[in-house]
Design a protein around this ligand. Structure first.
Ligand code: GDP
Length: 523
C-alpha cells in the first residue's frame, strides 16, 4: 500500500508543512511534494515520529462514552440476570438450551418459531412471590447461547463480560472432565474481578448409568463446594432431554439473582453490548444487542465500534416486534449501516455526535494501523537480526557437536526443522462464532506445526475467498455457512480444500489432523 504526502498529513491530522519539516530533518527533501507517493515503509516511519507525540486536538479526539454510574444504585429497578451455560463437550449444553428455549416459546405462543439470535429470555414461574417482579413485566432470566466459552473469553478480552451467573453442566454418566475444570477455573478468576455466581447442573440423570453422587464428589475434589457439602454453590439434577429439573434450575437462578440484587438504570441513554451480528437476507446487517443500561426504542441512533445504526426494528428471539427494550434483555436490532463486531460496546446518542465519533474512531483506527505497521516492520527487522545471530551460534554449535560425534563414530545430529503452519481462511455465519472458532483453532499445534489464519469473515464462501486461498495455499473453513455451487466448482478446479461443518469440535478435530500431517516424520 502507498500513501501520498498530502494524504499522510491528513491521516496524521498534522499540517502539511509540519510533516514536510519532519521529512526535511530526515533527509527526504526529494520526496516532500504534496502528491509524492510514499511507500508504506516510509509512511509508517513518519507516522511513528508523530505517534510518539500524538497531536490530537479536542475536536479530533471526540468520542462517545457511557453515562456515569448512577449515584444511588440501590434505588434502581431490578433487572433480569444474564446466564451463560458452560461445560465439557457433549455434556448436553446445546440440548439444555434448546429445551429451555423451545419450552419458553411453546408457552408464549402456540406453534411459534424461534430464531437463533445469540440469547433468549425465559420467564420465571413463581407462585405468590410478586415483590421482586419487574414492574409491569414477568420475571425473566436471559440465557446467552453464543457458542461455548470461547465466545465468553473473546468478550472478556474486550472487557465486556456481561455474564452474571454461569451454569456449569456436568453429565452424570461422564463426570468431571478437562473442560469442566476449565470452567471452574474461569469462574474462580472471574470472581476475583467482580461478582459472578455459579450453579451446577448435573445433567443426563435420566440415563441408567448416571451417577450423580459420584459426580458431586468429583466436583468436591475439584474444589467446587456444593451447598449439600456445606458450600455456597447450588446443585440441581436435570435432564436436558426430558426436561426434568429445568423448572428447578430456573427457580434456583431466580433466587440467586435476587441475592445478587442486580439492578440497572432505565432512564439514561442506552448502553449495551453486541452479542452477534450477521447479514440477514432481507433485513441487511442485523446485530443482537444486549441492553445493559437505559431503554432502547426504534429510531434511536446507535454506535458500536465504527458501525452506526438508526435503529429501525427491534425483534425478540421469537421474532416479535418490540416497542422498547430494557436492561438485561437481548434484542435483534435492524438498521445497521455496516456490521458491528461481537463484544463491541453499543452507545446511544444524537445522530450528529454519532457521526463525529464514528469519523474520529475510524481515523484513529487508520492511524493505529499505520503505526501498527511501523511496529510490525520494526519487530520483523529485530526478529531477523536476532535470528541471524542465533543461527550463527546454533550452526556453530551443531557443527562442533557433529564433528565431535563423528569423531566418536556416532550418528550425526539431524538438521534443524523449520516450523510449518497450516494456513486457514475462516468464514462463519455470525461474528461471534467466527471469533470463537478462530480462538479455538489458533491454539492448535506445537513448536513444529501450527495454524495461521490468513483471513476471516462473516458470510457465505465466495470466489474471492477461493482466490485468496489459492494464492496463500490455504484451506477454507465454512462454519455454518453455505458454499454456492459455482464457488465449489472453482475451488475444486483450483485444488482449494473447503471444510464445511457447523460443529466447532469437528472443525477442531479436522484442523488438528491436518496440522499433525504437517509434522516432520520423527526419527
Ligand atoms: P454439548 O456438546 O454440551 O452441547 O452437548 P449436546 O447438547 O450436543 O449433547 C450431546 C449428546 O448428549 C447428544 O447426543 C444429546 O442427545 C445427549 N444428551 C444431552 N442431554 C441429555 C440428557 O439429559 N439425557 C440424555 N440421555 N442424553 C442427553
Amino acid at each position: 500500500t502507498t500513501v501520498s504526502v498530502g494524504q499522510l498529513a491528513k491521516l496524521l491530522n498534522v499540517r502539511l508543512r509540519t510533516l514536510q519539516r519532519k521529512m526535511e530533518e530526515a533527509g527526504m527533501q526529494a520526496e516532500m511534494s504534496y502528491d509524492y507517493v510514499l511507500t508504506s515503509d516510509y509512511a509508517a516511519l513518519l507516522a511513528e515520529e508523530f505517534g510518539r507525540h500524538p497531536i490530537i486536538n479536542d475536536e479530533a479526539a471526540f468520542d462517545l462514552y457511557p453515562p456515569s454510574p448512577h449515584p444511588n444504585p440501590q434505588t434502581l429497578p431490578s433487572r433480569p440476570p444474564i446466564v451463560t451455560i458452560m461445560g465439557h463437550v457433549d455434556h448436553g449444553k446445546t440440548t439444555l438450551l434448546d429445551t429451555l428455549r423451545s419450552s419458553t416459546v411453546a408457552a408464549s405462543e402456540a406453534g411459534g418459531i424461534t430464531q437463533h439470535i445469540g440469547a433468549f429470555c425465559v420467564p420465571v414461574k413463581t407462585g405468590s412471590d410478586s415483590e421482586s417482579t419487574i414492574e409491569g413485566h414477568e420475571r425473566l432470566i436471559t440465557f446467552l447461547d453464543t457458542p461455548g466459552h470461547a465466545a465468553f473469553s473473546a468478550m472478556r478480552a474486550r472487557g465486556t463480560s456481561v455474564t452474571d451467573i454461569v451454569v456449569l453442566v456436568v453429565a452424570a454418566d461422564d463426570g468431571v472432565m478437562p473442560q469442566t475444570l476449565e470452567v471452574v477455573e474461569l469462574v474462580r478468576r472471574e470472581k476475583e474481578r467482580g461478582k459472578i455466581g455459579m450453579v451446577v447442573a448435573i445433567n443426563k440423570v435420566d440415563k441408567p448409568e448416571a451417577d450423580a453422587e459420584k459426580t458431586k464428589l468429583a466436583l468436591l475434589a475439584a474444589g467446587v463446594l456444593l451447598e449439600e457439602h456445606g458450600g455456597d454453590v447450588p446443585c440441581i439434577e436435570v435432564s436436558g432431554l426430558t426436561g426434568k429439573g429445568l423448572a428447578d434450575l430456573v427457580e434456583t437462578l431466580a433466587v440467586m439473582a435476587d441475592v445478587m440484587d442486580l439492578r440497572a438504570e432505565q432512564d439514561c441513554p442506552t448502553v449495551g453490548c453486541v452479542l452477534e451480528s450477521r447479514i440477514h437476507k432481507g433485513l441487511g446487517p442485523v446485530a443482537t444487542v444486549l441492553v445493559t443500561r437505559g431503554t432502547l426504542t426504534p429510531g434511536t441512533p446507535l454506535l458500536a465500534g465504527t458501525s452506526s445504526c438508526s435503529t429501525r426494528r427491534l425483534l425478540s428471539s421469537s421474532a416479535h416486534p418490540l416497542n422498547s427494550v430494557g436492561p438485561g434483555t437481548p434484542v435483534l436490532v435492524t438498521g445497521w449501516k455496516s456490521l458491528p463486531s461481537a463484544g463491541d460496546e453499543v452507545l446511544a446518542s444524537s445522530e450528529a455526535d454519532i457521526k463525529r465519533a464514528r469519523a474520529n474512531r475510524q481515523r484513529k483506527r487508520e492511524l493505529e494501523s499505520v503505526i501498527g505497521g511501523v511496529e510490525a516492520i520494526n519487530a520483523a527487522r529485530k526478529a531477523d537480526k536476532e535470528k541471524e545471530g542465533k543461527e550463527r551460534t546454533l550452526a556453530k554449535l551443531k557443527k562442533a557437536r557433529s564433528e565431535q560425534l563423528e569423531g566418536e563414530g556416532k550418528c550425526v545430529v539431524p538438521e534443524e526443522v523449520e516450523k510449518t503452519n497450516l494456513r486457514v481462511i475462516v468464514k462463519g455465519d455470525v461474528s461471534g462464532s467466527v471469533e470463537a472458532l478462530m480462538g479455538a483453532i489458533e491454539g492448535i499445534g506445537n513448536h513444529l506445526a501450527g495454524v495461521t489464519i490468513v483471513s476471516s469473515g462473516v458470510g457465505d464462501v465466495s470466489d474471492s475467498d477461493v482466490m485468496m486461498a489459492k494464492a496463500a495455499q490455504a484451506i477454507i473453513i465454512a462454519f455454518s455457512v453455505s458454499v454456492p455451487r459455482s464457488v465449489q466448482a472453482s475451488a475444486s478446479q483450483d485444488h482449494v480444500p473447503i471444510y464445511s461443518s457447523d460443529i466447532i469440535y469437528r472443525v477442531m478435530d479436522d484442523i488438528q489432523d491436518r496440522v499433525i500431517s504437517l509434522l516432520p516424520c520423527t526419527y
